[in-house]
Design a protein around this ligand. Structure first.
Ligand code: ADP
Ligand code: MG
Length: 581
């Protein structure tokens, strides 16, 4: 417990007694620490500057960023990695709004996170009298997150923090907003009473045991399938039920497809991995077991492009009942936490489980081997300037040699190619653009991954994607984090070859300054900058960075003609067919 001040009272006998006082600042810090939260990601300023200072003084790790969105992304991914809500701390109005994108993104991705923002006084905000950075932040946050709370009295801070933690972690995890008006932080309270008002959250994410009849129904559906498939999503990775999931997959004998952030939950080299036969298993499977994955746009809603014409039956494991039937009929819904659901399903399948037919396994394996063989020579090409395959072939080997490193990945082509080319070997090692396919997560994720895990981080970034959070390389240098950023520099968005159709002096809308030297940005802050033009140079520089742990930025020169429009989701980018004279 931290007491901030002392006050002098007069006791009933007329003598003086000294009472210890605490205040809103210290109660917020004590409440977080009492619940095992040791790190805050944020940007200092009015009215929370002292909150950050005092938190650091009380032994918390306080990581200051250059922009709130990056601090918010860091908090979100810290939540994903640890199952404890990541904390993002911002100033009022503009800082709060900057953090809000990350909060909404966390909610969309089911990451537990709490955005704590200072705010102006209610009396002035509610009468709209024009306070410094006046904004009704609670009302604005509410539709964009899972829950939003405001605390007005210091003796409610304990309850406010407890509610925020429970809302973020329980059921389907998500983002929570906690509004702390400036005057609350300065309110004082008797230290003993303040301490007593704090709440230690017991079992913030209670297990949710599925109904036995739901398990029996699922076993019936699965046992009657001929061409079964498992799809593992990032909910399965989040659940930290790695061993239970491996046992279920191996007992079932089903081929499985990992969604992007579920790669490595089982190693991508696992015999049952159907990653390299993705289009075949989606099209030809007759029964699909979804584990912590949603049938959203990333899976063509379970019925669109790529799913084939024959009807399929779905079994779905999810903690959120309303996820069922969201896009297609779910023949056997299993509602509960993944650890419980998966281990009960494993038991119900029993020792004598016979697995899928030989023909199905052979068909999947044949396609897998053919695709891998077709890809192998492309990954070893030494073209200069590099293409995506040559450069990613080099990084693929580095990741194989450092399986505990964390891969952060964003971009368009840089994302799509890296996702399929770079194999992952351990759970929760691949962090990327997630459900929204959002750009800008890169440096925030990289910082938090390094802070939370202590492992080396490799951030593979398109040059455009990097620009959204690039200033945070100063943060990486300031905290001396083991982060190696590789910028795939192809001079622009998708490609670097567009020209202004009018022939006028303005650059085309999708291109950047040609041959930019992103490596020199890193040098400006004392990190290591490398300019790499060949797969060999890229490989050597990346290995050196992973071994040294020094902040490094490698500018990888990629052929500006190499990319495709919107990477693999060009179909989502409407194109005009109208030609004007
Ligand atoms: P992906 O993009 O990899 O398919 P999604 O984020 O779309 O993954 O889906 C994750 C799903 O996992 C969500 O529907 C979420 O409700 C669910 N989920 C998250 N954590 C758990 C858990 N511990 N137990 C069960 N389901 C979970
Ligand atoms: Mg680019």
């Amino acid at each position: 417990m931290s007491a901030s001040a002392e006050s002098v009272d007069t006791d009933s006998g007329g003598g003086e007694v000294t009472r210890e006082l605490t205040d809103g600042f210290h109660l917020v810090i004590d409440a977080l620490k009492l619940n095992g939260i040791e790190t805050i990601y944020g940007v200092p300023g009015i009215p929370i500057t002292d909150l950050g200072r005092l938190a650091q003084a009380e032994g918390m790790r306080v990581i200051s960023f250059r922009h709130e969105q990056n601090a918010g992304n860091a908090a979100a991914i810290a939540g994903y990695l640890t199952q404890k809500p990541g904390i993002c701390l911002t100033v009022s109005a503009p800082g709060f709004l900057n953090g809000l994108t990350a909060l909404a993104n966390a909610t969309t991705n089911c990451f537990p996170m709490i955005l704590i923002s200072g705010s102006s006084e209610r009396e002035i905000v509610d009468l709209q009298q024009g306070d410094y950075e006046e904004m009704d932040q609670l009302a604005i946050a509410k539709p964009l997150c899972k829950a939003a709370y405001r605390v007005l009295h210091a003796n409610d801070i304990g309850i406010g923090v407890a509610r925020a933690i429970r809302a973020a972690c329980s059921g389907r995890p998500g983002g929570v907003y906690l509004d702390l008006p400036a005057q609350l932080l300065a309110q004082t309270l008797d230290a003993e009473a303040g301490w007593m008002s704090l709440v230690e959250v017991v079992d913030p994410a209670p297990r949710q045991i599925p109904a036995p009849d739901a398990i029996a129904r699922a076993v019936e559906v699965l046992s009657s399938s001929e061409r079964p498939l498992i799809i593992l999503g990032k909910g399965a990775a989040y659940a930290q039920a790695d061993e239970d999931i491996r046992m279920l997959v191996e007992r079932s004998g089903f081929p499985y497809l990992p969604m992007s952030m579920a790669k490595g939950l089982l190693p991508d080299t696992h015999a049952q991995s159907a990653g390299p036969a993705r289009s075949l298993v989606l099209r030809d499977s007759d029964t699909v077991l979804m584990i912590g994955a949603r049938l959203n746009w990333l899976l063509s809603h379970g019925k669109g492009r790529g799913w084939g014409d024959a009807p399929k039956r779905f079994v779905q494991i999810d903690i959120e009942p309303r996820e069922m039937d969201s896009n297609v009929e779910i023949a056997a819904p299993i509602v509960g936490d993944i650890g419980s659901c998966v281990s009960m399903l494993y038991d119900a399948m029993g020792d004598g489980w016979s697995g899928p037919s030989r023909e199905w396994i052979d068909a999947v394996n044949a396609r897998k081997l053919a695709n891998l063989a077709r890809m192998a020579p492309r990954l070893q090409n030494n073209n200069v300037p590099m293409d995506f395959h040559g450069a990613l072939g080099a990084l693929r080997t580095v990741v194989r040699e450092h399986p505990d490193a964390i891969l952060v990945n964003e971009g368009a082509n840089t994302l799509d190619f890296a996702r399929s080319i770079i194999d992952m070997y351990q759970p929760r090692k691949r962090l990327d653009v997630g459900t929204w396919g959002v750009m800008g997560i890169g440096m925030g994720f990289a910082v938090a991954a390094a802070i939370e895990t202590g492992k080396p981080v490799l951030a593979v970034e398109g040059d455009s994607a990097f620009g959204f959070s690039g200033m945070e390389i100063e943060t990486i240098c300031r905290y001396d984090l083991p982060v190696c950023v590789v910028v795939f520099n192809n001079n622009g968005i998708y490609r670097g070859t567009d020209v202004n159709p009018t022939g006028g002096p303005d650059a085309a809308t999708t291109v950047f300054v040609k041959d930019s030297r992103y490596d020199r940005m890193m040098e400006a802050f004392g990190g290591v900058g490398v300019y790499a033009t060949t797969p060999d140079e890229l490989s050597r520089a990346t290995k050196a960075a992973m071994d040294s742990g020094r902040p490094t930025l490698i500018n990888a020169v990629i052929d500006e003609k190499a990319g495709t429009e919107s990477g693999r989701i060009g179909n989502l980018n409407p194109q005009s067919v109208v030609s004007r004279p």
